[in-house]
Design a protein around this ligand. Structure first.
Ligand code: ADP
Ligand code: MG
Length: 284
């Protein structure tokens, strides 16, 4: 079967008019296959549309990842579950089903540095982007910095509204850096605004009882945890650092150290935030 040159010309013009560059690109090849009887007309149409759609999907995902500040890409396929036997693979795969986003829940990844918290948070965020959900990734320090700047400039409300827009907000690295004075309060305003309205993934190397210390304010920490543990899924990763897996012998023995992720007792200042047992058990 050979297409008439005039018809072929019109198809090309239509593809240009419809802004279907990939379809235009594969047209010749598909026609040749068609002429040789290697594919049917239906298969040719199917391929043509499929190629165009894949190109658009790829572009959409790329743009959404950039907008969501997911600049280093990690995937679930790239996560070695065998290295973290304490982690329930099925639980992570269930999270990848993204129902937690529709339910506006908060996922906490807790564990020592290098155990894969950021990797898993990003991998779930990437899954969300691919599924067409809007995502924004930030660290706690960056987030508080941006909120503090907005407050100084009198645009805090707009900034909070902006951060409420993504269906999934990832806040990485809670507990690594000390929070600046007033920072906990700013974070609380955001958490309160997103409460029961948008999903979050939080990662931390510190236990919840240490949040008073992390935020330098027990009252704010308690209020934060009240919201962040209400509809929560807490994933504790008990294993060692993946970064240091080949150098375990060079490290001080941490196996007997207090696990950061187990139910804690407060250290130094302040009372521990009050955790409601019902929430915690519902969370796990
Ligand atoms: P954390 O955020 O807990 O400090 P990361 O998620 O940044 O740790 O992990 C540190 C590095 O090790 C990253 O490059 C990450 O991709 C990699 N990594 C961690 N755990 C695994 C794992 N189980 N399988 C594959 N790569 C891993
Ligand atoms: Mg990290």
């Amino acid at each position: 079967m050979t297409a008439a040159p005039a018809t072929l010309d019109r198809i090309r013009r239509h593809l240009v008019g419809l802004r279907m560059p990939r379809a235009l690109e594969v047209l010749e090849h598909l026609l040749r296959q068609l002429e040789r009887g290697e594919i049917s007309a239906l298969e040719a149409i199917d391929s043509l549309l499929d190629e165009e759609l894949s190109l658009r999907e790829g572009r959409r995902v790329k743009a959404a990842l950039k907008m969501g500040r997911l600049l280093t890409i990690k995937t679930l396929a790239g996560f070695d579950f065998a290295f973290q036997p304490s982690l329930d693979r099925n639980r992570i795969l269930t999270l990848a089903g993204l129902d937690f986003i529709s339910r506006h829940e908060v996922v906490h990844f807790l564990g020592q540095p290098g155990c894969g918290k950021t990797h898993l948070a990003i991998a779930l965020a990437v899954e969300a982007v691919q599924a067409g959900r809007s995502v924004y990734f930030t660290t706690l320090a960056e987030l508080i910095g941006s909120l503090a700047k907005a407050e100084r400039e009198g645009t805090l409300r707009e900034r909070i509204r902006f951060l409420c827009r993504p269906q999934l907000l990832v806040v990485d690295e809670i507990g690594y850096l000390p929070v600046v004075a007033g920072g906990g309060n700013l974070f609380f305003q955001l958490v309160n605004a997103r409460y029961e309205r948008g999903a979050m993934i939080l990662t931390s190397n510190r236990g919840f009882a240490e949040w008073g210390e992390v935020f330098g304010d027990t009252v704010v920490a308690t209020a934060l945890l009240d919201r962040l543990l209400h509809h929560a899924i807490v994933v504790r990763i008990e294993g060692a650092s993946y970064r240091l897996r080949r150098h375990a012998d060079l490290l001080p023995d941490t196996s007997s150290a207090r696990p950061v992720t187990s139910p804690e007792t407060p250290r130094r200042r302040g009372r521990p935030p009050k955790l409601r047992t019902a929430d915690l058990s519902a969370a796990t």
